[in-house]
Structure formats: structure tokens, C-alpha cells
Design a binder for this molecule. Structure first.
Ligand code: ATP
Length: 345
């Protein structure tokens, strides 16, 4: 059922923005540090986005640490009316210091560009691994889902709704742990919000129906992500967004046969149209998610310390041999070996 269109990086929805004013003043993210563009040397372009590019940089004569510099054209941001999203991204990332969220060190602007200096995640996007492998096994999916749960728990405790959970926005660090990125659609919630934004396949029903939404949309998106990791495609998909929305609202989930019963159960409980009955959004909040039987072998105290490993039980013999000889978590071995994208020079 996975259409070739799903294999492409999914486009974002344009939201209706009402605040055209550009706020672009310099901001020192780290109290003890400011940076200077002149002191940064560029090694390569990591990738390009809608309004600019992300560069791999490091400080001349400073620590030899690699950093990612997102450079956005002010003209393009204005043309596409994305000022509010840039502002949202900065506001959320400045507040969100967490092991599973990419760290923003510094922001800056000149007459033509806005700059965001961030932690570099050398493993690239989870999306690439997922598309290369087709789908992940139950253990890998649970591993990534557990780290996402911790990141969402943190964001929601700071009243930040993320609104753009998908494999393209989950980067991996050099040890294979996640770093959420792309906070353009995130928002500090003061009350319910109404902006239509996100990626069609990941939109919660209440967003499609413009009912006003809150952090519950991230738990819906976790259900979509878990399904996509386990099956290789999202549960609701069509050739055009309207068809996708109809399928989301119908909420008929066809599970591929290989998906484990506990995984099916948590996905069903996350993909609940009535958000008052959606896992993660009920009285016990995130605890209901953490206590779900799919996560029964997860030691949550290890997750935050980035010490969770994946048991090689369901992995091929080669994984097991690697694990026994090297004592590394399975993440370091084929197939989810993290490809570190630092140029050799
Ligand atoms: N901190 C980072 N470390 C490593 N790679 C990064 C980092 N931030 C972004 N990238 C990569 O750089 C590329 C461009 O990212 P950018 O955020 O500009 O655009 P995008 O998310 O791909 O698209 P858009 O801006 O249109 O949503 C992507 O491939 C992204 O994975």
C-alpha cells in the first residue's frame, strides 16, 4: 500500500499568518557564550530547506566541535509569510534544553539573512534510515518512540506543542539517539490554538476540523509515527491531502500482519478521534503512555540518560555476534549504523 509518494519528503502545509512584522534581533542563547559569524568556518552544506540552507561549521581556533548553522533568507521568509514560524522556532528552542532536542546556541541576523547556530546531529534524519530499511522492527520502533515520548513530555510540561512530529524531523546524534529539530510549527500555548499547520499525514482530526487544538495533537502524531516506523508508511495516506484528511477522519487503521499486538494496541489508543480519550491526553497524562504494555520492558530512568539500548533478540545473527563481541548496543551495528556525515579533510 505504501505509495511511492510517501517515499518523498513530505511537504508542509502553509498556514495563514497574520503577523507580518519581522523580529530578527540578535539573541545570545547561551548566557556564557556569544559567537561571531566571522569566527565560523564553513566546511560543507548539510542540506537545503525552504528558505535557505544548513551549513556545517566550526569556530576558527576554538573548540573543534562541529556545529550546524541554519541560514535563512529574510526576503524568502517574508515572501512566504513565515515570520511567525521563525519566531516560534526561536522561542521554543531557546526554552527547550533537553537531551532529545537539538540545542540552539545563538541567533543572529544581518541585512539579508537570519542565522541559527545549533548543535550538529551527525546521524542525519531518521527518515533516511526508515526509507532505506523499509520499516523498523518492533524493538527499534519502541526505542525511538520512547525517546520521542520523553521529548514530548518535556515540551508539554513547558506548555510547548510541537506540531511537526515525523521521521524527517527526528535527527540522530553520533550514538544513534534522537534530536528533534524543526520547531517552526511549535508554539508556546497560552490557550487553544487554531492555525492549520503540520504535514497532512500527521494531522490530528481536531486540526483538520479547525476545532482548536493543544498538546493532544502530538500524541496523535506519535501514533502515526509508531505506525510508520513499524510498517514503512503512514496509516492514512492518499494522493491528495483532501483524501488523506477523509481517511484520518474515518480513522480506519489497517495493520500489516507483522505488527505486534501490543504495538497495535498503543497505536489504536493514540489514534483516538476524541482527544479526551486519547492516550497521553487523559487524567494521568504521559504516565498512561509510559505504562502501556508496549513499553513494558523500558526502564524510563535509563531513557533520559541516553542509556537505553535495543535488545538484539529480534535481530539477525550478525547483530547478535556484534553485540556479544563488542558489547555495543545494537544501534551501532548494521542496519542502523549511524552514518556520520562529517567531511574528511
Ligand atoms: N542541527 C542539525 N544537524 C544536522 N543536520 C541538520 C540540522 N538541522 C537541519 N539539518 C538538516 O539540514 C537540512 C535542511 O534543514 P532545514 O531545517 O533548513 O530544512 P528542512 O527541514 O529540510 O525543510 P523546511 O525548512 O522546508 O521544512 C535537512 O536535511 C536537515 O535534516
Amino acid at each position: 500500500m505504501a505509495s511511492t509518494k510517501v517515499a518523498l519528503r513530505r511537504g508542509l502545509l502553509e498556514s495563514e499568518l497574520r503577523e507580518p512584522a519581522m523580529e530578527a534581533k540578535e539573541c545570545a542563547r547561551d548566557e556564557s557564550r556569544t559567537f561571531s559569524l566571522d569566527a565560523l568556518e564553513t566546511a560543507a552544506t548539510i542540506g537545503t530547506g525552504t528558505f535557505g540552507r544548513v551549513l556545517l561549521v566550526r569556530e576558527r581556533g576554538g573548540e573543534q566541535r562541529w556545529l550546524a548553522l541554519k541560514k535563512m533568507s529574510i526576503a524568502d521568509v517574508r515572501k512566504l509569510r513565515q515570520e511567525q514560524h521563525v519566531r516560534n522556532e526561536k522561542e521554543a528552542l531557546m526554552e527547550a534544553r533537553h537531551p532529545f532536542i537539538v540545542t540552539l546556541f545563538w541567533t543572529h541576523h544581518d541585512t539579508r539573512f537570519l542565522y541559527m547556530l545549533m548543535e550538529y546531529a551527525p546521524g542525519g534524519e531518521l527518515f533516511s534510515y526508515l526509507r532505506n530499511l523499509g520499516h523498523f522492527c518492533d524493538s527499534y520502533s519502541r526505542f525511538y518512540a520512547a525517546e520521542v515520548v520523553c521529548a514530548l513530555e518535556f515540551l508539554h510540561s513547558h506548555c510547548i506543542v510541537y506540531r511537526d512530529l515525523k521521521p524527517e524531523n527526528i535527527l540522530l546524534d553520533s550514538h544513534g539517539h534522537i534530536k528533534l529539530t524543526d520547531f517552526g510549527f511549535s508554539k508556546k500555548l497560552r490557550e487553544k490554538t487554531y492555525t492549520l499547520c503540520g504535514t497532512p499525514e500527521y494531522l490530528a482530526p481536531e486540526v483538520i476540523q479547525s476545532q482548536g487544538h493543544d498538546t493532544a495533537v502530538d500524541w496523535w502524531a506519535l501514533g502515526i509515527l509508531a505506525f510508520e516506523m513499524l510498517s514503512g508508511h503512514p496509516p492514512f495516506f492518499d494522493d491528495n491531502p483532501f483524501g488523506t484528511y477523509q481517511k484520518i477522519l474515518a480513522c480506519r487503521i489497517d495493520f500489516p500482519k507483522h505488527i505486534d499486538i501490543y504495538a497495535r494496541d498503543i497505536i489504536r489508543k493514540l489514534l483516538v478521534i476524541n482527544r479526551d480519550r486519547r492516550l497521553g491526553n487523559m487524567k494521568n497524562g504521559v504516565e498512561d503512555v509510559k505504562k502501556h504494555v508496549w513499553f513494558k520492558n523500558i526502564d524510563w530512568s535509563l531513557v533520559l540518560d541516553r542509556k537505553l539500548t535495543v535488545r538484539p533478540a529480534s535481530a539477525p545473527l550478525s547483530h547478535l555476534i556484534h553485540y556479544i563481541f563488542f558489547g555495543h548496543p545494537i544501534l551501532f551495528s548494521f542496519p542502523l549504523r549511524v552514518v556520520i556525515r562529517v567531511p574528511l579533510f
